[in-house]
Design a protein around this ligand. Sequence first.
Ligand code: PSV
Ligand code: MN
Ligand code: MN
Length: 388
Amino acid sequence: MTVSAETLRLLESQAIELPSWAFGNSGTRFKVFSTPGTPRTPQEKIADAATVNKFTALSPSVAIHIPWDKVDDYAALGKYAEDLGVTLGTVNSNTFQDDAYKFGSLTHLDPKVRQMAIDHHFDCIDIMHATGSADLKIWLADGTNYPGQGDIRGRQDRLADSLGKIYARLGEHQRLVLEYKFFEPAFYHTDVPDWGTSYAQVSALGDRAMVCLDTGHHAPGTNIEFIVAQLLRLGKLGSFDFNSRFYADDDLIVGAADPFQLFRILYEVIRGGGYGPDSTVAFMLDQCNNVEEKIPGQIRSVLNVQEMTARALSVDTVALAAAQEAGDVLGANGIMMDAFYSDVRTDLAAWRESRGLPADPIAAFKASGYQEKICAERVGGTQAGWGA
Ligand code: PSV
Ligand code: MN
Ligand code: MN
């Protein structure tokens, strides 16, 4: 047995939120491919997310994106989700698709546009009250393309002011998580480009404002696990958006491009107290499945996180500390590599079966007939989310 009983016990409570937009058609600026069975409504996206949870018991909540998941009655949407065994999680705002936001949203020079963006976040908070969601996630497309186009400093000041108004509106048990991204759609400067900016902005707000780390939002070669360690040390790591990247904001399946990086990140999460029932760090996927099947793509993703968490939990931390203390460089590195190279898949499959879950969730999904059913039912399905 490669995986210890203690590791299995710690894996029991693992929860990875799924993004509703992963189930809609998505693509690049070159082409959005449509897929048979694509959800036509927020309810159908939630049903697909609940199916991932049914086969894995790993994804008990679904993040929604407003207005992509607009409905008349959010409490009813929450009830619908609960009937399918999941809850509605993070509410993602969207201030990047209106003409009014061409030159910014929360940073805009025009107070009317800023207020429009702030009001959108107030609407999101109302939705959170109806759904019982805890987190408001803000990712901004704000920035400029050319030196001189905007006053960088003034934009930071307006951002701070706008965020302050949104934060003040949060309920007692709600949090604001501010996501950073180093470029795109703005290319000269982005208003929240890095963890330092997000940290500075959320620190000024208060205890319930945190940083969201999207693994795809860094320059190549960035030591993301260092950022994880630092944010946990500062008590400001609020949530993760997991995905993989080769070149840009690829939003590929987490753990696909660089499984070792995922292992290193999860090791630091565990080391810093960011994993387990007492942690408030929220784990979410932020991925799209552009050319692969969407539901199996999401199943693969949550299993990748589970497998790499099992490996990270397997690091012999006592031996590692001893090797570090002794200055045993190769010994210490060997301990990390032993855990990384341990293949946990057979043990996890057996463990899943022992809990009444399929040993192979992707095979079980394929055998279930769910895909055929939604292909037959959802005729005329359009995209939902990106590319809308
Ligand atoms: C845009 O880069 C983005 O991918 C961010 O990562 C957000 O989390 C996501 O869109 C949804 O708004
Ligand atoms: Mn993201
Ligand atoms: Mn992104």
